[in-house]
Write a protein that binds this ligand. Structure first.
Ligand code: AMP
Ligand code: MG
Length: 337
């Protein structure tokens, strides 16, 4: 198949029909989500899903998330339970992925041979309309080359997957959350286990379950063995080509001392009166975690296109809300392969 730059399509009824037909024929399509952009294929068609792995350079042992149009469709692909039902009722559509025992119709390729499947109902209206137009679930990991920074707008997808089989991207605007979904393993409903912090906070999940969730080891302590428990959660991921250095706190004063050819990303706009050097950037006006998450990947991509020798980033200090997800992505972005 010839390799061309993928085209962008707005979510008009005619375009949704066209893209659904491409997916029905076994093609791959870039899709918008509230989390990050995805690379979608018919989740029930192993040949189509193989194209996702190929386009991303994704290893076969890293399973895909299956996206449904409605929570009521869960029984088509997974064996559900009451804890999953409660969470689906509270948080779907939204940035929560549930890992449950799988139904036989889900190809082994999608689950990397596991007997569980990861499922989610996305909140992005364009993505949901596309799933409805298809009439089958869509498997979709993030639409980036494996290991690189996730995409949060259609142009990011076009830029980083242009020399692949991908021909079409549904352009649903900028992602409103900006980090991937929270993944919760509910295959044993009595022992819910967090596999990845993400767009939905653990506090909210625990409040609905009225139960503590087992947390993963911190990214820094991940070993290849623990990565195998949560497949695909490798110590290095979401990484720009430019080396990333993390700072538990980075005062504007200290930032001013960093060499001019190294970029500095603060969490919050500095209040200093002195003029700021041109290598100082920030992710939010006043430290709001939602803004930091929404701007994180696009800022890293933007800086990675420049000639910076290093990217210094300040880490959020809190343990609440989106902070663990932001810290997780940054820790992996800074990890060495
Ligand atoms: P992404 O590439 O952002 O869509 O992330 C998908 C991630 O979901 C994978 O890297 C796994 O960590 C996780 N995942 C998907 N399916 C399963 C499963 N059956 N069991 C455990 N984790 C899963
Ligand atoms: Mg990903």
């Amino acid at each position: 198949m010839p390799k061309t730059k993928p085209a962008l399509f707005r979510p008009t009824p005619a375009n949704l029909t066209r893209l659904a037909n491409q997916l029905r024929r076994g093609g791959i399509v870039g899709v918008p989500a509230e989390t990050v952009y995805g690379l979608a294929a018919n989740a029930l068609d192993a040949t189509a899903c193989a194209r996702i792995f190929k386009a991303k350079g994704r290893p076969a042992n890293d399973p895909l998330i299956v996206h449904l149009a409605h929570a009521a469709d869960i029984g088509n692909v997974a064996i559900t339970n009451s804890a999953a039902g409660k969470l689906a009722e509270a948080f779907w559509p939204g940035p929560l992925t549930l890992v449950l025992p799988k139904k036989p119709c889900v190809p082994d390729l999608v689950t990397s041979g596991r007997n569980t499947v990861a499922v989610r109902v996305p909140a992005h209206p364009g993505f949901r309309r596309l799933i409805k137009a298809c009439g089958f679930p869509l498997a979709a990991p993030s639409a980036n080359p494996f290991g690189y920074i996730s995409p949060t707008c259609a142009v990011h997808v076009r830029d980083s997957l242009c020399n692949t089989e991908l021909r079409a991207i549904l352009d649903g605007g900028d992602c409103t959350i900006g980090v991937e979904s929270t993944i919760l393993d509910l295959s044993d409903p009595n022992h819910p286990r967090l596999l990845r912090p993400g767009g939905l906070s653990l506090e909210k999940i625990e409040a609905v379950l009225q139960q503590k969730v087992i947390k993963p080891k911190t990214s820094a302590k991940l070993t290849l063995n623990s990565a195998a428990l949560a497949p695909g959660m490798l110590p290095q991921h979401y990484s720009p080509h430019t080396p990333v250095r993390l700072h538990p706190t980075l005062s504007p004063k200290r930032a001013q001392q960093i060499p001019a050819n190294e970029a500095i990303v603060l969490l919050c706009r500095p209040r200093e009166k002195t003029p700021l050097k041109p290598n100082i950037f920030w992710l939010s006006e006043a430290g709001q975690l939602a803004s930091i998450a929404r701007n994180l990947f696009s800022k890293l991509r933007e800086l990675d296109k420049g000639t910076w020798l290093k990217i210094h980033v300040e880490l959020p200090s809190s343990n609440e809300g989106l902070a663990p997800a932001i810290r997780d992505r940054l820790t992996r972005a800074a990890a060495k392969g």
